[in-house]
Design a protein around this ligand. Structure first.
Ligand SMILES: NC(=O)c1ccc[n+]([C@@H]2O[C@H](COP(=O)([O-])OP(=O)(O)OC[C@H]3O[C@@H](n4cnc5c(N)ncnc54)[C@H](OP(=O)(O)O)[C@@H]3O)[C@@H](O)[C@H]2O)c1
Length: 280
């Protein structure tokens, strides 16, 4: 049985789906109480847990062969909270911990990357067998902007027009996570999950245009005002500033090896999105 945290979020749901497709038993840890049909319909056991407040995890982790730790996005408690969960996993005798990190956690100018870098350091000395997955930015991050581009013909870019991202499809990330959670011979490995091609905002707009059969143009939205102080807003601002000047590009080679095939392209992802007026 495999425990997945953050299971109700976009990443967790994709990982639970990939594990259930392999026939694995899954205990899905969610935060919000109440019915979770998106998880129970997949056949997962749903339990409520709290990552950012101290609570005993022995019950949640009992009988687990593996734990997939997904921390909520842009949460200030990750650097301290993730090591605490690793310690709980060791005490509970969990056989394997896989940590959902990010590509280039050592880019500490972004607080959420710095937190993951510290968590990875703690994982290494936690005493549990471990693996780390480091995804690039998801292709799915652009789904809302695609819907906007359908209406306006404009892709608003908060990270400039010249640097690129190696967008990775979340389904590929989830499949790689399932490999790390279930296959032998990968302990102590840190695995990057980057998409197959570096994409600038104008190229993303062009691909959206090809999908829609009409022009989409990228527009540079330059941030105004001071650096925000709230944690999540600061993460977002430093992230887009970093992408603007340095991009966020990785090699697809490691993900190709984990999947046994090349990762999906952004154009392939776009074919999965609905376009108003198109026949289903
Ligand atoms: N987006 C990307 O491109 C990208 C790329 C690489 C890495 N990542 C990383 O992927 C991770 C997951 O991102 P995401 O967007 O899937 O996550 P998310 O939607 O922000 O959060 C996932 C889930 O965390 C749960 N949660 C919130 N607060 C909690 C708490 N105090 N205790 C326990 N659970 C709590 C929520 O559960 P409920 O549904 O029950 O409320 C939520 O569904 C992040 O760490 C992010 O940095 C993202």
């Amino acid at each position: 049985m495999i425990v997945v945290t953050g299971a109700g979020g976009q990443t967790g749901l994709a990982v639970v789906r990939a594990l259930r497709a392999r026939g694995e038993q899954v205990r899905a840890v969610v935060n919000r109480r109440g019915p979770r049909p998106e998880l129970t319909d997949l056949g997962a056991e749903v339990v409520v847990g709290e990552l950012t407040q101290p609570m005993p995890w022995s019950g949640l982790l009992s009988g687990a062969d593996a734990l997939y730790l997904i921390w909520p996005n842009f949460d200030p408690d990750e650097a301290e909270g993730a090591p605490a969960i690793f310690a709980e996993a060791r005490r509970a005798g969990v056989g394997r911990v896989v940590y959902h990190s990010v590509l280039r956690p050592q880019a500490r100018v972004m607080p959420h990357h710095a937190a993951k870098d510290l968590a990875q350091e703690a994982l290494d000395t936690s005493g549990v067998p471990w693996r780390v997955l480091q995804p690039c930015a998801y292709a799915q991050n652009f789904d809302a902007q695609f819907a906007e581009a359908v209406r306006t013909g404009v892709l608003r870019s908060y990270w400039g027009l010249t640097q690129a991202q190696s967008l990775v499809d979340l389904a590929d990330v989830a499949e790689a996570a399932a490999v790390l959670l279930t296959e032998d011979g990968l302990d102590g490995g840190t695995f990057e999950a980057a998409g197959p091609e570096p994409l600038t905002a104008p190229r993303i707009a062009e691909l959206m245009g090809e999908r829609l059969g009409r022009e989409v143009v990228a527009d540079d939205v330059i941030p105004a005002g001071e650096q925000p102080t709230a944690y999540a807003a600061r993460c977002r601002r430093t992230m887009f500033d970093h992408y603007r000047y340095h991009g966020f590009v990785g090699s697809p080679r490691v993900l190709t090896a984990l999947l046994g095939r090349p990762p999906r392209t952004f154009a392939e992802h776009l074919t999965t999105l609905d376009v108003p007026g198109e026949q289903g």
